[in-house]
Design a protein around this ligand. Structure first.
Ligand code: NAP
Length: 248
């Protein structure tokens, strides 16, 4: 499936960045979306293009349907869509549910769930054989939080990722006969900036002792799983959710 376009939301940092770099190495033309950090996005594009790959970046806040339509319009101009990685996702600071505002819960659900579903909608319109497409792959970013529930920290985030799990199953069944595989990866504790955005930069390292493998994971270890799911090596894998979490 090389030479086709892979759209990666939130591709400027963390797991999305690692996925963009590896996908480009495997021959994908990479279009990354980013929320606000244009400099980080440009660094990813430069790293790929200076190594001979094809990449571009478009600002796309997945909370905005207009931005999502813009991202896929950019993809149309870049080549034929073959993959979507629904990577953009956010957490908020630790809180109990009784202290969560409606605005907080709405933001988590809008970015993590609605954003992923709208991106998938645009990808299906382009990749489904039902619409004249050549098929493709959607990889959603879930989290082990979907299984653990994340009490006293971010039950809202955990619930949003559980929604991603069910969305992966349902959409996968819906388009399985139309050439599209839909899968998800459930990362465990991964060393990225997301923990700082939740108010505790060292959170992953503090909790590493609870992981059977006794360590945090790296963005590259998640990217390896995502890019495998995007590849033809995973050609019989759909509606599957892969834990990449050191055993947790
Ligand atoms: P991260 O380091 O915080 O990076 C977030 C990326 O998403 C950045 O590229 C950011 O863009 C982008 N982004 C943030 N809000 C966005 C929005 N509203 N619209 C579009 N893009 C947005 O995150 P990460 O740790 O790599 O996480 C990636 C995914 O893995 C998320 O879905 C997360 O829930 C999931 N995950 C992570 C972990 C973990 O331990 N790290 C564990 C389980 C699941 P800017 O650079 O422009 O800000």
């Amino acid at each position: 499936m090389s030479d086709r376009v892979a759209v990666i939301t939130g591709g400027s940092r963390g797991i999305g960045r690692a996925t963009a770099l590896l996908a480009a190495k495997r021959g994908w033309r990479v279009l990354i979306g980013y929320a606000s950090n244009a400099e980080a996005a440009q660094e990813v594009v430069s790293t790929i293009t200076s190594a001979g790959g094809a990449a571009m970046a478009t600002r796309c806040d997945v909370a905005s349907e207009a931005d999502i339509l813009g991202l896929f319009k950019a993809a149309d101009g870049f080549g034929e869509l073959g993959a979507l990685v629904n990577n953009a996702g956010v957490v908020d600071v630790s809180a109990r549910v009784e202290d969560m505002s409606a605005a907080r819960i709405a933001r988590i659900m809008t970015v993590n769930v609605t954003g992923s579903m709208l991106c998938a909608r645009e990808a299906v319109k382009r990749m489904s054989t039902r619409h004249g497409g050549k098929g493709g792959v959607i990889v959603n970013l879930s989290s082990v939080a979907a299984k653990l529930g994340s009490p006293n920290t971010y039950v809202d985030y955990a619930a949003s990722k559980a929604a991603i799990d069910t969305f992966t199953l349902g959409l996968g069944y819906e388009v399985a006969a139309e050439g599209i595989r839909v899968t998800a990866v459930r990362p465990g504790l991964i060393d990225t900036d997301i923990h700082a955005s939740g108010g505790e930069p060292d959170r992953a390292f503090r909790l590493a002792k609870n992981v059977p493998m006794q360590r945090v994971g790296t963005a590259d270890e998640i990217a390896n799983a995502i890019v495998w799911l995007m590849s033809d090596d995973a050609s019989y894998v759909t509606s599957s959710i892969l834990d990449v979490s050191g055993g947790r």
